[in-house]
Design a protein around this ligand. Structure first.
Ligand code: KG4
Ligand code: ZN
Length: 310
């Protein structure tokens, strides 16, 4: 990996979430400087580049359009082949950037701001989703909880930070009983909302006085919901190689809890380096590289997709 430049979009903090129109405008402003910086950091000339990989979906259409249009223009101008990449597959394929790399088949829990999936990965592009969320994603559960607690967006990293100083057993939040390998997080959000409302009636400073304990308890519940299903899936599919991916895989509690479960279950676990957990260009590049090896290119008529399965 020669360079992996990320432009953070600070604009979303102001509104407590991603505003689609503002996100695509920020993409437009950032894309040329970011590509220039990436090429400069990598110390390569444009004529040394063999192909352009871009995110086709799933995601916010406006932002995807900016990336797709830029990739098409860049490919056309530099006479390069184009490679489309699925964002969720790329999160998983980030495991093939550095060693140790997982061997097929392995199981991956992919947890981001928009998705929560248990995926059986049989080959680079042979993946099957065997479990997913019925409502909110795990990252959304973190972000919405943060909002209820008065913390800025994105809430995941902040809850993680407070949780480190809190007692995870201070407050008990419900674990939903969802059949099979699917998830649900919307009930948890509602439970937290009523919990905070009721406690604040008794003590106006409840949040300030208990922030660390609340964060630790909520994070603990999200982690147990996720890992109980991972354990079930690993048994059901008889797989001992387990990975996590996506923005929420940066969560220190999840990383520690997965490692502890792995020691007990005798799994081999794969936890991505922090820089490859939240959205990054490196993961799109590694997915693009494996498609490049197969010469799997697309034409200039390609369009982005807000929804996209494997
Ligand atoms: O994969 P990602 O960067 O973007 C999407 O594809 O959605 O994931 C973003 C999500 C956000 O919900 C954010 O709060 C969460 O990942 N996140 C975390 C942590 N870092 C990012 N959640 C919990 N703990 C973290 N340390
Ligand atoms: Zn993502």
């Amino acid at each position: 990996m020669l360079s992996n430049v990320i432009a953070t979009q600070a604009v979303h903090q102001k509104y407590g979430g991603v505003v689609p129109e503002l996100a695509s405008r920020a993409h437009q402003q950032n894309i040329i400087p970011v590509v220039e910086e990436a090429i400069s950091n990598a110390k390569v000339n444009k004529n040394q580049i063999d192909a352009v990989a871009f995110t086709r979906g799933p995601g916010l259409l406006g932002s995807l359009l900016v990336g797709t249009s830029f990739a098409k223009g860049f490919a056309l101008a530099n006479k390069l082949p184009l490679i489309e990449v699925n964002h969720m597959q790329a999160h998983i394929l980030a495991h093939f950037i550095d060693d140790p790399k997982p061997t097929f088949p392995f199981l991956c829990l992919t947890v981001s701001g928009g998705h929560t999936q248990i995926v059986i990965v049989r080959d680079y592009f042979d993946m099957e989703i065997v479990g997913e969320t019925n409502d909110d994603a795990a990252g959304e559960a973190f972000d919405k909880t943060a909002k209820i607690l008065g913390l800025p967006y994105p809430g995941g990293p902040l809850i993680d930070k407070y949780a480190k100083e809190g007692n995870k057993d201070a407050f008990a939040f419900p674990e939903p009983q969802i059949p099979g390998l699917n998830f649900s997080f919307s009930g948890l959000k509602t439970a937290i909302m009523y919990f905070v409302r009721d406690r604040q009636k008794e003590n106006a400073n409840f949040l300030e006085e208990n922030m660390a304990d609340i964060c630790a308890s909520v994070q603990h519940r999200i982690i147990t919901i996720l890992l109980n299903k991972v354990k079930k899936a690993a048994k059901q599919y008889n797989i001992q190689d387990v990975a996590i991916a996506g923005g929420v895989s940066a969560n220190s509690g999840l990383r520690t809890a997965l490692q502890a479960m792995a020691d007990k279950q005798q799994w081999r676990v794969f936890i991505p380096a922090f820089q490859y957990c939240t959205d990054n260009a490196g993961m799109i590049a590694i997915a693009g590289y494996h498609k490049y090896l197969k010469q799997d290119f697309v034409g200039q008529d390609i369009a982005p997709l807000a929804r996209m399965s494997f």
